[in-house]
Design a protein around this ligand. Structure first.
Ligand SMILES: [Zn+2]
Length: 68
């Protein structure tokens, strides 16, 4: 299991965003969002990500696949 490098707690879920069907990786504790599970990848957070889609930042907008 991967621990989130930002909050040190995790867990990180692989999830599909229902609105655009994009696969993202999201920390359950601090809502950090990665588009790829790589060190050098762009990082955002769930609120900002969903704001761009004009959707509420609710976990119900996600289909959880698995814990990374
Ligand atoms: Zn975190």
């Amino acid at each position: 299991m991967m621990i989130c490098p930002f909050c040190g707690e995790g867990p990180i879920y692989e999830a599909v965003v229902k609105e655009n069907l994009e696969t993202i990786y999201i920390c359950a504790e601090c809502d950090t969002v990665w588009k790829q599970i790589r060190q050098d990848t762009e990082v955002t957070n769930f609120a900002n990500y969903m704001r761009k889609l004009k959707k509420a930042a609710l976990w119900s907008e996600l289909e959880l696949i698995s814990i990374v």
